[in-house]
Write a protein that binds this ligand. Structure first.
Ligand code: UD1
Length: 345
């Protein structure tokens, strides 16, 4: 028996596809809406090959309220929404701020608008550790100060959190859980789904695996003069499947009326900071593949160090990041090799 229908916006994207798999494996029916701006239909086949079930799919943009309404009419009884549909490249957001504000905020507002009309009980929102900016103290808890956003992308996350809070405080007939991700990495262990960036990757792991397989000549390490033990930046790299599982717990918490408050916020990280150089080393040890790399200057806008205190999520959600970083690196590498086998990269 199905546990009910969940709408996953941006469900063919990186975190959305992994979350769809975990929802299906937990007994939910999933409808995906995605405009395929940064993903493709083959992801649906990947989801099917892992779960045996092809999720329902609507190709449309969440900024299009008519399209969303059509979806809710076609798929009645949606109980919860997990909102991944958003533009997410920090650099691009500096060049195209209007695009970022429009995509990320209009999507959210359309969802908030339509939820009461169709009796949706809960919204999970993808936020980011970017809301903490450069923290004064690590690890960061959910109570750490929110710093002024350094990019329009980061600002859309902060504004979105505020919008959801205002809507809930105004007495909305639904609940929300905001999840602040640290740095999601890796791929499904089956190598059927993973991260597939368009063009030259901006993020560390896709650039690293593309270098390891020979698509890129060399990985540039942005800075070794930070105030960290080896001089490179420190992040909290969280396995994408571990991350996906937290979304299922969050949805269930709201649908089963277990939330402690109508709006709750959780950090999703491992609690361990790893430097960029340590991550490269972990990849090389786990896969026995060398990654040509060189130290270059700092990338503007980078945070020196940030990692999570995930104890609130550990205690309240009963969720914990479990996958060792070595296994995560192997999964990223297997996914890169699978892309090569399929002739995609
Ligand atoms: C950024 C955003 C985060 C967002 C994430 C994914 C901020 C502060 N962070 O994270 O909110 O969720 O992108 O879109 O806005 N690095 C290299 N060489 C490379 C690439 C990266 O050395 O070729 C280093 C970076 O300098 C950084 C680390 O690797 O120290 C991680 O970078 P990246 O994967 O781009 O993620 P963040 O910038 O941490």
């Amino acid at each position: 028996m199905s546990k009910g229908r969940i709408l996953v916006t941006g469900g063919t994207g990186y975190i959305g596809s992994h979350t769809t798999v975990e929802l299906i494996n937990s007994g939910y029916d999933v409808v995906i809406i995605d405009n395929l701006s940064n993903s493709n239909r083959e992801v649906l086949e990947g989801i099917k090959s892992i779960t045996g079930i092809m999720p329902d799919f609507v190709e449309a943009d969440c900024t299009d309220l008519d399209a969303l309404t059509g979806l809710f009419e076609k798929y009645p009884g949606i109980k919860g929404i997990i909102n991944f549909a958003a533009s997410k490249a920090v650099g691009e957001s500096m060049q195209k701020p209007v695009l970022y504000y429009r995509n990320n905020l209009n999507t959210l507002m359309n969802l908030l608008d339509i939820m009461p009309d169709y009796g949706v009980k809960g919204l999970v929102f993808s936020s980011s550790c970017t809301v903490y900016g450069e923290p004064d103290v690590n690890p960061v808890t959910e109570k750490s100060p929110i710093k002024k956003a350094t990019s329009p992308y980061g600002n859309t996350k902060q504004i979105s959190e505020e919008i959801i809070t205002d809507v809930i405080n105004a007495g909305a007939p639904f609940k929300s859980i905001i999840l602040r991700y640290f740095n999601p990495v890796g791929a499904h262990p089956s190598a059927e789904i993973g991260e597939l960036p368009n063009g030259v990757p901006q993020n560390l792991i896709p650039y690293l695996t593309q270098t390891a397989i020979g698509i890129r000549k060399e990985l540039s390490v942005f800075g070794n003069d930070y105030d960290t033990p080896d001089g490179s930046c420190i992040r909290d790299f969280i396995n994408v499947v571990d991350l996906a599982k937290a979304h299922v717990i969050a949805i269930e918490r709201m649908l089963n009326d277990k939330s402690d408050a109508p709006i709750e916020i959780f950090n999703l990280g491992t609690g361990k900071g790893l430097s960029v150089l340590q991550l490269i080393d972990a990849f090389e040890r786990a896969t026995e593949v060398k990654v040509p790399h060189k130290i270059v200057g700092r990338r503007s806008g980078d945070i020196e160090k940030v990692w999570a205190d995930p104890s609130y999520a550990n205690e309240v959600l009963g969720w914990k990041a479990e996958t060792p970083i070595e296994d995560t690196m192997v999964s990223a590498w297997n996914w890169q090799k699978k892309l090569r086998e399929r002739g995609i990269m």
